[in-house]
Design a protein around this ligand. Structure first.
Ligand SMILES: Nc1ncnc2c1ncn2[C@@H]1O[C@H](COP(=O)(O)OP(=O)(O)OP(=O)(O)O)[C@@H](O)[C@H]1O
Length: 287
């Protein structure tokens, strides 16, 4: 695999109507990025392993701007996580290049937490790993504890946490470093309504600070509630890129038909969405 280059993106000249209307600069530029995985699945003649290539992400190009909260939707195996990992720099793309205006932060990965340490100790460990200075720790600890909202468990070893508690702490630690480009590939539905509101507020602060957030989710409602743009992938290809409400609405209807076993209808909806997506950024129809 070729390595994914990561350089500061140039300031773009006005001219693109979408960029002009947003009056924003791109934070991420994905240029012809594809991801192939070699897999060895079957036994061939004389017990030989057969090498196959899975095209997880077909060549994709798009730009993500300041203030955009982008949902990535698509059925299982559609390439969402692979794309996010390439943007995060955790994986090389097979072809193409990702340009970023700042180092993207994939929630939960930047901070290598230790299960034997308490939540509070892990906050210090995680924040230092993400580049915070010692004198910033006290304030960061306060913010992380407030956001994670896991009560007295903060002084217990992390191995005693439920998966939801661990996810909340990792999410809060990732935000402490004030990332400009934030990538989220885990359920945000790990807490009550108050936590959901606090985390939405925290992500809004990233956006207000000229940041960009990517969120992978199967839940069309989450995308609709939180995001202002959504990209729908299927078999590693773009289906639609556009207004979050519009994309989520169409994806929800597709997923519903698929779940009902009406594959013909689902295939028709997918084809319609692709045809619409091929025309460019899909605007909110207001329907
Ligand atoms: N390390 C790997 N080796 C081989 N194939 C892989 C690897 N990682 C992912 N794949 C394959 O690549 C395709 C895309 O996977 P990916 O995890 O990116 O999809 P996804 O949309 O995030 O899926 P999900 O919604 O189920 O999490 C799938 O067919 C998957 O089986």
């Amino acid at each position: 695999m070729s390595s994914t280059k990561r350089t500061i993106i140039p300031r773009v000249a006005p001219g693109n109507p979408r960029i002009d209307s947003l009056s924003q600069q791109p934070n991420i530029l994905v240029n012809q990025v594809s991801v192939d995985y070699p897999v060895y699945t079957q036994r061939g003649v004389r017990g030989r392993r057969v090498r196959k290539i899975v095209h997880a992400v077909q060549p994709l190009s798009f730009t993500a701007h300041e203030g955009e909260f982008i949902g990535l939707v698509g059925r299982n195996g559609s390439g969402k996580s692979s794309l996010l990992r390439v943007i995060a720099g955790l994986e090389s793309s097979t072809t193409g290049t990702v340009y970023a205006s700042a180092r993207p932060s994939l929630v939960g990965v930047g901070a290598a937490l230790n299960q034997e340490l308490t939540g509070r100790q892990n906050i210090a460990l995680g924040c230092l790993a993400m580049g915070l200075k010692k004198h910033q720790l006290a304030e960061a600890e306060h913010k992380v504890i407030e956001l994670a909202g896991i009560g007295e468990a903060i002084d217990r070893p992390m191995r005693t946490y439920s998966s939801g508690m661990g996810a909340r702490l990792r999410f809060a630690i990732s935000l402490a470093a004030k990332p400009r480009i934030m990538l989220i590939d885990e359920a945000l539905s790990t807490g009550d309504a108050a936590y959901a509101e606090r985390s939405a507020q925290a992500m809004q602060e990233v956006l207000d600070d000229a940041g960009t957030v990517f969120l992978v989710s199967h839940a069309a409602q989450t995308i609709e509630d939180l995001c202002n743009r959504a990209i729908w992938l299927d078999f590693g290809e773009f289906v639609m890129d556009g207004d979050a409400r519009e994309v989520a609405r169409k994806y929800r209807w597709f997923a519903h038909n698929l779940a009902q076993g009406d594959e013909a209808k689902a295939a028709q909806l997918l084809a319609d969405a692709k045809a619409l997506g091929a025309q460019g950024y899909v605007q909110d129809s207001g329907a």
